[in-house]
Write a protein that binds this ligand. Structure first.
Ligand SMILES: [Fe+2]
Length: 492
């Protein structure tokens, strides 16, 4: 091989077909690249170990070592090499797999020459950009949080990761994230992260939204030096110690929802244009993550409202159970609080309480409102409502932890309940709690064939059925609660 010209990018062609190697060598050499070609992955590795390459263009299917294997072998020895896969229709799936594993792009065989050339140019440009201190790859990996968002990760954690990524990416001493406070319309620091947890004194804690709109009117990312900082932010208490400062808006649909500020207090460490770009890319990603998360919040809110109207729709069918879901939810919440259950558990149980009889929506009004005794068949229909409820809600993935509580709210402590005949602790805690609140409300409410039972009678009945129908510890908690409320004259 001729010695490479170090001023030109070097490309290694890996293909087992001689004619493809020759054509590509000829064309790429004419475009002023250093080019060398080998016939399989093993030879390619030897060549990469010997000489420095910018780009490898490799076939997928080759004897000895194929493209995918080659890619995996290249990454540890020369992580900066860009890899383009050449693939036929039959191996597209493997080429996509290769991209997931770090290949830059794939081109379909037979390739169009201009397409291949523009892919090569893009790959080399990207490599150059990466070298120019825009180390965004790591940041992207860190910020690849969409799945986490889907799983309901809290906003605080998202912000913490964003801040950490910024801090690391641009080697700042402190990074803060300010979010818009909807009530005051001012931006306030929500999170601060310092390198090695050093204290750099008081930073810019608030930002007026009008100022923010003015400052960031054209997507500007501030990159300020010492003198500019003093001029623009004289109010920062330790403004004299700041060496360099970047301020980036988090924008969604042109509305600023937050600001990321990065500070350097290290003498001589001024942020570069490249670092500024990195930070801006992270901020862009951050804004969309926060937006997704806010969307998630609003979907949740809408859902909760829908749940309520569901429950009301059900109660409209069953005139005697008006307000039942609300009551059962209240009792369940009181029990959860008295048992000091975690907030998310309490919320889950309350949601289940609101929806516990949703399956009755499939039962006719004649059966639901029947004044006399139910026949065996009618009782079987009524008994189907937990299973129907489970079926209605099953497609709603975010209710997956709530559904079992609904499904098992008619199980009994001694295993004689329905639908599964679960016993004791095998019954979900939420279902055991709802069962007590549900029965209490059913007994104290008027029915078509009887008046509601008195407080004393109901309490005695709960005590009588403790150990058989209900979880004893929950009955104890509930009775204590209700007696306190009764003594205080509160509505029971
Ligand atoms: Fe029920």
């Amino acid at each position: 091989m001729d010695p490479f010209n170090p001023m030109k990018p070097s490309i290694l062609i890996v293909d087992d077909e001689q004619h493809i190697r020759s054509i590509l060598c000829e064309i790429l050499a004419s475009l002023d690249y250093n080019v060398f070609a080998v016939g399989n992955g093993k030879e390619a590795i030897k060549e990469i170990e010997k000489n420095s390459y910018n780009l490898v263009i490799t076939d997928m299917m080759m004897p000895e070592m194929g493209g995918l294997e080659l890619l995996e072998a290249i990454k540890p020895i020369a992580p900066d090499i860009m890899v383009i896969m050449m693939t036929g229709f039959g191996t597209i799936a493997s080429a996509v797999e290769a991209m997931k594993k770090g290949a830059y792009e794939y081109v379909l065989k037979p390739f169009k020459l201009d397409e291949l050339i523009s892919t090569i140019k893009r790959a080399l440009d990207k490599q150059l950009a990466d070298k120019k201190d825009i180390k965004i790859k790591d940041a992207f990996a860190l910020l690849n949080l969409n799945e986490a968002i889907g799983a309901g990760i809290e906003r605080e954690k998202v912000i913490a990761i964003i801040i950490e990524a910024t801090l690391r990416e641009i080697e700042a001493d402190v990074v803060t994230c300010l979010l818009r406070d909807e009530s005051t319309e001012r931006f306030k620091v929500k999170l601060k992260h310092s390198l090695e947890d050093k204290d750099f004194g008081e930073l810019l804690g608030e930002f007026d939204s009008e100022d923010a709109d003015r400052f960031f009117n054209q997507d500007i990312v501030f990159l300020l030096d010492k003198n500019e900082i003093k001029k623009s932010f004289p109010a920062i208490p330790n403004v004299n110690d700041i060496v360099s400062f970047i301020s980036i808006p988090l924008k969604i649909n042109n509305k600023i929802i937050g600001i990321i500020n990065a500070y350097s207090f290290t003498p001589g460490h001024n942020f570069t244009e490249g670092q500024c770009k990195s930070a801006a890319i992270i901020a862009g990603r951050a804004a969309s993550i926060i937006d997704n998360e806010q969307l998630y919040d609003s979907v949740q809110k809408t859902f909760k409202e829908t749940v309520k109207s569901f429950a009301f729709a059900l109660e409209a069918k069953d005139q005697y159970t008006h307000g039942h879901s609300e009551k059962v939810t209240l009792y369940s919440e009181l029990i959860c609080r008295a048992m000091q259950l975690p907030e998310d558990e309490t919320e889950k149980i309350c949601l289940a309480a609101q929806l516990h009889d949703i399956g009755k929506i499939g039962i006719t009004e004649e059966v639901l409102n029947k004044p006399g005794r139910l026949t065996f068949e009618e009782y079987e229909i009524i008994k189907s409502h937990p299973v129907t409820g489970e079926r209605i809600l099953r497609p709603l993935h975010f209710l997956k932890d709530v559904i079992p509580i609904i499904l098992y709210h008619h199980e009994k402590h001694d295993g004689t309940g329905y639908p599964a005949g679960l016993k004791g602790d095998a019954i979900p805690l939420g279902a055991r709690i709802i069962a007590v609140g549900d029965t209490y409300d059913a007994m104290t409410s008027d029915r078509p064939y009887r008046k509601g039972l008195s407080f004393e009678v109901t309490i005695n009945e709960l005590i009588r059925c403790k150990d058989t129908q209900f979880a004893p510890e929950i009955v104890d908690v509930f009775i204590k609660l209700m007696e306190e409320r009764y003594d205080k004259g509160e509505e029971t």
